[in-house]
Design a binder for this molecule. Structure first.
Ligand SMILES: [Zn+2]
Length: 87
């Protein structure tokens, strides 16, 4: 008897996501300027990730009014599970 299952075919699977604009409402990256300490934030509900590849580091660049520019590497980690709905 066969069971319901989720199958990943590695030879056909793409590492990237075919998502031109990935918005993540509720997720905000906060980072203080390394020079003056002013706090900056990037709201991923408004500022999208373009064609993100899970597991790959993406530099987020900030620029402070004091002239300092810095990068914060982030990455998207996807965990996928398939569950049966409890009866
Ligand atoms: Zn600054």
């Amino acid at each position: 008897m066969s069971k319901t299952k989720l199958v990943r075919n590695a030879s056909q699977a793409s590492e990237g996501l075919d998502i031109k604009r990935l918005y993540l409402p509720g997720w905000t990256l906060e980072s203080p300027c390394p020079s003056c300490g002013d706090l900056y934030e990037r709201d991923f509900g408004n500022d999208y990730l373009s064609y993100p590849t899970p597991g790959e580091w993406l530099d987020q660049t900030f620029e402070c009014e004091c002239g300092t520019e810095w990068k914060v590497p982030i990455r998207l980690v996807l965990k996928l599970e398939i569950e049966k709905k409890p009866k």
